[in-house]
Design a protein around this ligand. Structure first.
Ligand code: 5AD
Ligand code: SF4
Length: 434
């Protein structure tokens, strides 16, 4: 039987996809790269914003037509599955089974039942060992960096956020298991690892997160260690010290701020003020200047006044993030923010988002210009599909680098190369081999 898996959303979901692939490959299934060739299509979904959900339903619509023409099993996993559960069968009767985010191991059982003709098979239970998923099962895609989950779930309660519903409360993997898994992926040839969790810095699997970074960084052969994502209130001085002093921890921090207005942060229940956020960044001291810093913003949150938004723009200006991801607020089912009136006109939300993104691009270019003329290390991630002799890489600061080699020269996938930066745009650095 051939299966195809389509994944949306964050790295956590990407890695769940790698685990689900491994489960099916172990059952003797073959993975194919398009749904047309597949007997089983698995939609590994995201529900962080309404747009992400639309994408899933649009693919489901296409698959319904496909299913009228031939036998194909359709399974839905991931955050939308956990959120909607049996309601998914009513909205999309073409679905054969629904698998929740805390029951990944149950996939083969569900597929068997669906194959045997059972209708509307579902498991959205919370298996207490889901986070202890056997590491050898995951079949990683051939990317330059390996994803390793360290903590699942989230104990915060941001009023806009669906994640506590879709991913449950925090469950930590023991640090020994994590170190063992990292040893395994390094033995498999990966030189870079990204530790994953909805909130990695509240890690508590037998040591603190800062200590975990230190322990993982000792794995021989590992070159760079990254992590995502962090909550500002769990960002400690100890963690800041490891980040700026440990040479194996890549100089990059993604620390979502969401808004520059204390009134909005309070209604979002982010548990910090703008001042406290800046204090956390202050923990990095002088080392801050060497880091790539990125953040997330939500604009148009209920009650966001012009002054609130100006405060966000002011924060953007003063903190000079290297990059930021910004989104229009999207009301999510079951979240506390639904009780607040979604009162900002759509045109105002769009205008705010565009203003923020435009300024961010200018700031990103300024940040990138600082690299021109410097020789830095970049890890080779891929060859340009569009242009021969062009390679894509990443610096430790998470900057995209387009490297021009000229004719015929092959750069080693997944390895670090020294490059000299020759130009800067808002989205990437141009470089030549040093
Ligand atoms: N609407 C818009 N953006 C959201 N995010 C999370 N929930 C929502 C929502 N309901 C954004 C936050 C978060 C990022 C992953 O997605 O900025 O940090
Ligand atoms: Fe999307 Fe959040 Fe689920 Fe990741 S955890 S897939 S971002 S809803």
């Amino acid at each position: 039987m051939k299966f195809h898996i389509q994944t949306w959303g964050c790295q956590m979901n990407d890695h769940d996809g790698e685990r689900l692939s491994g489960l099916l490959l172990n059952e003797g299934f073959t993975q194919v790269s398009t749904s047309d060739e597949a007997d089983l299509v698995l939609l590994n979904t995201c529900s962080i914003r309404e747009k992400a959900v639309h994408k899933v339903f649009s693919v489901l619509g296409r698959l319904r037509e496909e299913k009228q023409k031939r036998d194909v099993l359709i399974g839905v996993t991931g955050c939308l599955a956990q959120q909607e559960q049996a309601a998914l069968f009513r909205r999309a009767p073409q679905i054969d089974f629904v698998l929740g985010t805390m029951a990944l191991n149950q996939l083969p059982r569900l597929v068997e039942a669906a194959k045997a003709g059972k209708k509307r098979v579902m498991d959205t239970g919370e298996y207490p060992d889901n986070h202890l998923f056997p590491p050898e099962v995951a079949r990683r895609r051939s990317t330059a960096k390996a994803l390793v989950t360290i903590i699942e779930g989230c104990n915060h309660a941001c009023t806009y956020c669906i994640v506590p519903t879709t991913r449950g409360v925090e469950r930590n993997r023991p640090w020994q298991d994590i170190v063992a898994e990292v040893r395994g992926v390094v033995a498999d040839g990966y030189r870079e690892v990204e530790l994953l969790g909805q909130n990695v810095n509240s890690f508590n699997g037998g040591c603190s997160f800062a200590e975990l970074l230190a322990r993982v960084s000792e794995v021989e052969g590992l070159e760079w260690l990254r992590f995502t994502t962090s909550h500002p209130m769990n960002f400690t001085k100890e963690l800041a010290r490891v980040l700026v002093t440990n040479p194996k921890v890549a100089p990059f921090l993604h620390l979502p701020v969401q808004s520059g207005s204390n009134a909005v942060l309070r209604r979002m229940r982010r548990e910090y003020t703008v001042e406290q956020y800046m204090e956390r960044l202050g923990y990095l001291g002088e080392g801050r200047r060497k880091l790539g810093l990125s953040t997330d913003f939500i604009v148009g949150f209920p009650g966001e006044t012009d002054e609130d938004f100006e405060a966000t723009m002011k924060l953007l200006e003063s903190l000079k993030f290297d990059s930021s991801f910004s989104f229009i607020y999207s009301p999510r089912p079951g979240t506390a923010a639904l009780r607040l009136k979604d009162d900002i006109p759509a045109a105002v939300k769009t205008e705010r988002l565009q203003r923020l993104q435009k300024r961010q691009l200018e700031l990103a270019k300024e940040s990138n210009l600082r690299f021109v003329g410097r020789t830095v290390q970049a890890r080779i991630e891929s060859h340009s599909a569009a242009r021969d002799g062009f390679w894509m890489g990443r610096t430790g600061e998470w900057k995209n680098v387009h490297i021009q080699t000229g004719d015929g020269r092959i750069l080693p996938f997944g390895e670090l190369v020294d490059v000299t930066i020759t130009m800067a745009s808002p989205q990437f650095l141009g470089a030549e081999i040093a």
